[in-house]
Design a protein around this ligand. Sequence first.
Ligand SMILES: [Zn+2]
Length: 368
Amino acid sequence: MSRSSVITSLVITLVFFRLLVPTTSTDETLEALPATSEAVKRKWTYSYRKPDSKSKPAWSHKDPEAWIRKFPTCGGKQQSPINIQPNLTVITSYPNFKFHNYGFVEGMELINNGHSAAYNLPINYPKKKTPHISGGGLDGIYQFAQIHMHWGNDSSKGSEHLIKSKSYPAEMHLVHWNVKYGSFAEASKYSYDGLAVLTIFAKVVPEDNKSYQPLVEQLGEIIKNGDETILRKPVSLFELLPKRTSTFYRYFGSVTTPACQEIVIWTIFDKPIEISEKQLNKFRSLKDEVGDRMVDNFRPPQPVNDRTVFYRSHKVPDIPLSVTDPYSPFSDAYKWSKSTFKNYANRFWGMFDPPAHLRHAFCRTRPC
Ligand SMILES: [Zn+2]
């Protein structure tokens, strides 16, 4: 390879990796995300605003169109949530998810952050017991940080993601961060693989959901913005999951509250859990950041633009976690991942154009 072509290749590679680096500032990144003990010693929070603040809230679910003025990233091209059209998804082979330490979590912290009820993993939770996930097409290990919910004023709406333009009455988000970055704060600075959020839809049935009862029964203790308490009963994360976790949608998007950072690998399980109207009403009885009823705390769907939404079907055979060859028949599972690009770049250093079948998917899901 000539010297000039080496230099050209190097410049192209550097420009590409620059595109992968987030452009949001650290302050902006931390504003809307769960803080870690490194960032804020207090506790994990999500969109938390000090309740004693006299100033107008920085944002509200009542006027999501206004977010873009203060938080330009909210007008980005890879925003969440989205309206998923199953007939437009690409059926993909991913390994099954592995849920580690997903049994009972003791001493979860429950907080009214003005926008939702958030259940945080206690700080200093024993490392050995910390829940985390792997597989599912994720590259590496993602550690559990927090659960929060979105719900409607009534059960005709409430979820953030839509399936074929239809809402569910509620949507739960299990927020995880990529352990390779060492902390939540660090992980939230990196684009595209910093966070992995598992999304669980809830539908309404007459009977209470016993597994969700520990999350529901202390909501009366956090009615006001800033209220917080400790859950008396341990929560089994495993029992919060839908009965089937082998089928899900996958796409790359953003945090759904300001500052809308585009750092989330979304997993949307298509099988909902069941919850009663009575249990949902407990969430609806909370007060928001200005003292109004905390309802309709969901963001409307955002344009899909040129992103690909993948679907893991149980009809596609499971594949081992060790498959890393982007040219294998299972390359779909990896084509969106950073490791794929690295593998690709290593093989074809100096030749930027990927083969058409990879370029097509890659450029639709990542900056190219
Ligand atoms: Zn959420």
